[in-house]
Design a protein around this ligand. Structure first.
Ligand SMILES: Cc1cc2nc3c(=O)[nH]c(=O)nc-3n(C[C@H](O)[C@H](O)[C@H](O)COP(=O)(O)OP(=O)(O)OC[C@H]3O[C@@H](n4cnc5c(N)ncnc54)[C@H](O)[C@@H]3O)c2cc1C
Ligand code: FES
Length: 250
C-alpha cells in the first residue's frame, strides 16, 4: 500500500517518529502487529517496524531507531512523500477485557513502541514498566502516563527512575500484588527473564519476539524460531507468543 508521510519528528540523534496516512491499515491494526516497510535507496528488502499507535482511525504512527542502511534510508523521507508499506502483519497481542488484577506491560529500549497502543487498549488498567540505558534514552514516558494506571521507569545507570533493570521492578510488583497478565517486548535476555519469572509465579505472559525478516508474510522462513517444540515464523505465527512456550535457546 502506498501511504503518505504526514508527520515526522526526530526524537533523538537516532530515533525518528513517523505518522503515515493509511485508513485501510489503520482500521485493521491491532497492538503488537507490525508494518513491513520498503525503505528506499539500495535497501531492497522491507524492514519490519511495530505499529506504535493508531491516530484518528486513519493514520498509523511508528517509531524507529536508525541501525543500518534500511532505517537510515527511511529516516530521509520528507513529509508529503509516499512510502510503500505492507500491513498490518503478524498476530499482535491478545487482550483479555475480563482481567481484573494488575496488567503489567514491560518494555525495554525500542521494545517500548508497540506497548503504547496496547496501554491505550487496556483502558487505564495497565501498569507500565519501561527500561532504558540512561535518562537521555527515555522516550514516551508522558504519553504512557496519560493512558496508564502507573508508569515506572528504570535505567541501567540510575540517571532516571529506578537504578537497575525492569525485571527488578517486576519482581517487587509481583511480590506484593496480584497480576492477571504480563506483556513484554524488548531485548531477548530481558524477555526471557520476564517469561521465566512469570512462569514461576503462574502469570500468563505474552512476549513479542524480534528476528531478522525477509518476506514478512510467512514465505521464506528467515524468521524461524522454536516454540513448543515446533518451528514457527515470527512474521506470520508471531511476533507475539506465549512466554512459557518459547524455547529461548532453541
Ligand atoms: C516484528 C518486529 C518489529 C520491530 N519493530 C521495531 C520498531 O518499532 N522500532 C525499531 O526501531 N525497530 C524495530 N524492529 C527492528 C528493525 O526491524 C531493525 O532495526 C531493522 O530491520 C534494521 O534494518 P537496517 O537496514 O537499518 O539495519 P541492518 O543493516 O539490516 O542491520 C543493522 C544492525 O541491526 C541488526 N538487526 C537488524 N534487524 C534486526 C532484528 N530484527 N532484530 C535484531 N537485530 C537486528 C543487525 O544484526 C545489525 O547489527 C522490529 C523488528 C521486528 C522483527
Ligand atoms: S520473514 Fe519470511 S517467513 Fe518470516
Amino acid at each position: 500500500m502506498i501511504c503518505e508521510l504526514v508527520k515526522k519528528q526526530r526524537l533523538s540523534e537516532t530515533i525518528y517518529d513517523f505518522t503515515v496516512r493509511c485508513p485501510e491499515m489503520a482500521a485493521k491494526a491491532k497492538p503488537g502487529q507490525f508494518l513491513h516497510i520498503l525503505c528506499g535507496g539500495d535497501a531492497y528488502l522491507r524492514r519490519p517496524i511495530s505499529i506504535c499507535d493508531v491516530i484518528g482511525g486513519r493514520d498509523i504512527r511508528f517509531i524507529f531507531e536508525t541501525r543500518g542502511k534500511g532505517t537510515e534510508n527511511l529516516a530521509k523521507y520528507k513529509i508529503g512523500e509516499k512510502l510503500d508499506i505492507l500491513g498490518p502483519l503478524g498476530n499482535g497481542f491478545t487482550i483479555y477485557p475480563e482481567d481484573t488484577d494488575a496488567i503489567l506491560l514491560i518494555g525495554g529500549g525500542i521494545g517500548i513502541f508497540p506497548l503504547l497502543n496496547l496501554a491505550k487498549q487496556c483502558k487505564g488498567k495497565a501498569t507500565v514498566l519501561l527500561g532504558f540505558r540512561n535518562k537521555d534514552a527515555v522516550l514516551l514516558a508522558d504519553e504512557f502516563r496519560a493512558v496508564s494506571k502507573n508508569v515506572f521507569i528504570a535505567t541501567d545507570d540510575g540517571s532516571c527512575g529506578y537504578h537497575g533493570f525492569v525485571t527488578d521492578v517486576m519482581q517487587n510488583i509481583t511480590a506484593s500484588n496480584a497480576v492477571s497478565r504480563i506483556y513484554t517486548c524488548g531485548p531477548t535476555p530481558m524477555m526471557q527473564k520476564i517469561a521465566e519469572m512469570a512462569a514461576s509465579k503462574n502469570i500468563p505472559c505474552q512476549v513479542s519476539l524480534e528476528e531478522r525478516m525477509g518476506c514478512g508474510v510467512g514465505a521464506c522462513v528467515t524468521c524461524t524460531c522454536k516454540v513448543n517444540g515446533a518451528n514457527k515464523r515470527v512474521c506470520k505465527d508471531g511476533p507475539v507468543f506465549d512466554g512459557r512456550e518459547v524455547e529461548w535457546n532453541g
